[in-house]
Design a protein around this ligand. Sequence first.
Ligand code: HGY
Ligand code: MN
Ligand code: MN
Length: 412
Amino acid sequence: MSILVSAISEQRLWQRHEAMAAHGATPRGGVNRQALSQADIDARRTICSWARELGLGTFTDALGNFFIRLEGSDPSLPPVLTGSHLDSQPTGGRFDGVYGVLAGFEVLQTLVESGLRPRRSIEVVSWMNEEGSRFAPGMMGSAGFAGTRNLVEILPVRDVDGVSVAEAVAEVHRQMPEVALRPLGYTPHCYVEAHIEQGPVLEAQRQTIGIVTGIQGKRTFRVTVTGEEAHAGTTPHQDRKDALMSASAMLQALKVRFLDPQDITRFTVGLFRIEPCAPSVVPARAVFSIDIRHPLSERLTELGDAVAPLCHQYAAPCAVQVEELSTALSLEFPESIRQTIEQAAAELGLGHMRLLSAAGHDARYLHEQCETGMIFVPCLKGVSHHESESATSADLAAGARVLGEVLWARAR
Ligand code: HGY
Ligand code: MN
Ligand code: MN
C-alpha cells in the first residue's frame, strides 16, 4: 500500500467537483458544458491554474485534447495515462466524465505533495468531445489520438450553428496559448479511466468499486429524410412528400424490429429535427439519430445492418440517406489490469465486483493501443445524462484511491 491512500483528499476532490460544476451550470443543478464551448475552455483554464500551482505541465494537440503531466524520473518512457472528459450532455450531471479527470488530478497532486516521483511520467487527459452532442459522433478526441479516426474526417464536422471542429479547436488554442501544442497521439504504457457507473448495479449490490470487464458495442447513425415543402391547406395528401410522416413510419418499423423481450437491446433516437418546422408547411426534411447497443457483437452487427434497409423500405414518397457515424463492437479489458484494480480495491478493504459497462467510454479507443482498464464508482439510482446525477464524496475518494494505487503500480 503506498502513502497515496491517506493523502488522497476526499474534501479537496469534492470541492473540485463543485468548482467544475460552475462551468456550464444549469438552473436545475446539472451542467451543459458542450465540447470546446466557452464553458469547456473555462473548465480547462481552472484546471490549468491548479496544475500551474503544482508545477505540472499542460499540453494540447490538433484535436484539442487536454493533458496535465507529472514528469517521471525517466521521461523517455511511455507515460501512464489516465483521465476522461470534461464535456457534458446538454442536461448533463456533475460527475459524468469530469470525475475521471479530477480523480486523476487528485492522484497527481498527492504524488507531488508527498514527494513521490514515479519512474514513468503520469498524464491526466480530458478527451475532446466524448459525448458527441455538439459534434457527432462522440469520442472524437480519443479516437483521433488512437488513430482510429483521422483529422481529415473530424476537423470539418460542423455543429448545428455551422461551426466546425477545426474552428472550435483553434479558438481553444487561441484562448489558452500557454498550453503547449504537441503532435497528436502517442502510445501510452497503459490507460486507466475512473468513471461513475451510470447504471444501478454497484448501488444495488452495495459495492463501492466496479472492476470494468469491458464495454458493450454501439453503432450510431444519422438518417436524413427529404420531402418537399407544401401548403398545409391546399395540398392534397396524394401530392405530398411529407418528410415527417415518412420518418415516423421508419421509427415505428425500427421500434418493432428492435423490440427485445429481454430488454438487452438498447435502441435510442435522441435527436429529431424537422424543417422548416412551421405549423402550416408540410415538413420537407427530417433528420434523426440512431444509437443502438448490444453486448453481443454478432447481434449488434445484425441489428445495425437492419437500419438502412428498413429506412429505405418506409421512405416513399420521400428520399432517405442513412449514414453510419460510428461502429464499435463489444470489447473486453485485459485480465492483467482487471487484477491490478481488483487487488488495489481488496487491499483498501473496499467492496468490489466485476461488471460490464453499458455506457460508452473513451477507454474503448485506448484499448486498441495499450493495456486499458476502468474503475467504476456508484452513482445515485444509476441515474446519468440527467441533471440530478449524484455520487457521494466517500465513493469518489475511494475510486481515486484505487486509481492512485493502480497508476502508482504501473508508473513506479
Ligand atoms: O453515451 C454514452 O454511453 C456515454 O455516456 N457518452
Ligand atoms: Mn462519460
Ligand atoms: Mn456521458
